[in-house]
Design a binder for this molecule. Structure first.
Ligand SMILES: NC(=O)c1ccc[n+]([C@@H]2O[C@H](COP(=O)([O-])OP(=O)(O)OC[C@H]3O[C@@H](n4cnc5c(N)ncnc54)[C@H](OP(=O)(O)O)[C@@H]3O)[C@@H](O)[C@H]2O)c1
Length: 266
């Protein structure tokens, strides 16, 4: 029975494993994991019932796909033995900032190497993963990627040149949204709500609006105009946001994050 192997069993690997099992794509018996010297892999195996490998040989004995989910700096420690064991297999990296060239250097014999960037909503199956491949993908490997990234939510294939921009928007994006929620909460406090009410107003408004956007599936401007009558209350708020160039500030944030991602990528 062909297995999927996870090297690294922390939060990202756990989110993927849980998604694969919840979607019924892989039963726990077809998933094998291994961590470093800590407790994460035994804990994941115990909690979810996936197989725990005690060596790289055991990890890859029946696996056709290796998901590399340790910390980016661990890539430098990949041994020649592990590289050799991964030869002929599909290697999928979730390591932030590790380029295809660096991944291919660590796993030169892999059938194909995938660089991906998941985001944190993947923990609840609402993620968006950007990914690129080092070579042309066969239909079976494409289907495997569909299963792996589908476990976290939606996914998009990109040219590698766009991965830093993807990171700046979708990888970091949840932080911008959380910052927006915090700003809305603080504004609520400033205009007189107590902290519980201010938090409720901020979070529920944001979650409700995001869900409405997802369900209606129209441009955000369409929904915005539905709440905005000429010279009305919303228009007064939006005008002040435009006066302070809200969109320009967000663009600056994204350009800065992309530049930092380019600096950090290797
Ligand atoms: N979390 C996110 O939202 C997110 C988003 C995008 C990308 N990523 C990427 O996902 C990767 C994992 O992040 P994380 O948040 O899941 O980290 P984490 O929770 O700290 O997990 C790291 C895992 O790596 C294992 N590990 C350490 N050294 C190892 C080694 N030499 N060989 C095999 N496994 C080893 C650890 O095992 P022990 O417990 O045994 O030490 C642990 O299972 C990172 O590369 C990160 O860039 C994460």
């Amino acid at each position: 029975m062909v297995e999927i192997a996870f090297l690294g069993a922390g939060s990202m690997a756990a989110a993927m494993v849980e998604g694969l099992i919840a979607k019924g794509t892989y039963p726990p018996g077809r998933i094998v994991c291994m961590g470093g010297t800590g407790a994460s892999a035994p804990a994941l195996a115990k909690r979810i019932g996936v197989r725990l490998a005690r060596s790289h040989e055991e990890l890859l004995s029946q696996a056709d796909t290796l998901v590399v989910a340790f910390k980016p700096h661990n890539l430098a420690g990949v041994s020649a033995r592990l590289s050799a064991l991964a030869a002929g297999r599909l290697v999928v990296s979730v390591l932030a900032g590790k380029r295809l060239a660096a991944l291919a250097l660590a796993f030169p014999g892999a059938r194909n190497v995938i660089r991906s960037m998941p985001n944190t909503p993947g923990q609840i199956g609402a993620g968006l993963t950007g990914w690129c491949a080092s070579g042309p993908l066969c239909a079976a490997d494409r289907a495997t990627l569909e299963e792996i990234f589908g476990a976290l939510g939606r996914h998009i294939e990109l040219p590698e040149a766009q991965m830093d921009a993807f990171t700046a928007i979708s990888g970091c994006g949840p932080a911008y949204v959380f910052e927006f929620a915090a700003a809305l909460r603080d504004a609520g406090l400033a205009v007189g709500f107590d902290s519980a009410a201010a938090k409720l107003l901020a979070v529920e408004t944001l979650v409700g609006a995001a869900r409405l956007l997802a369900v209606r599936n129209v441009d955000p401007e369409v929904l915005r105009s539905e709440v905005t009558s000429p010279n009305g209350v919303t228009a007064a708020g939006l005008r002040r946001m435009a006066d302070r160039d809200f969109r320009g500030i967000l663009l600056e944030a994204i350009v800065a994050a992309r530049a930092r991602s380019e600096e950090l990528s290797a």
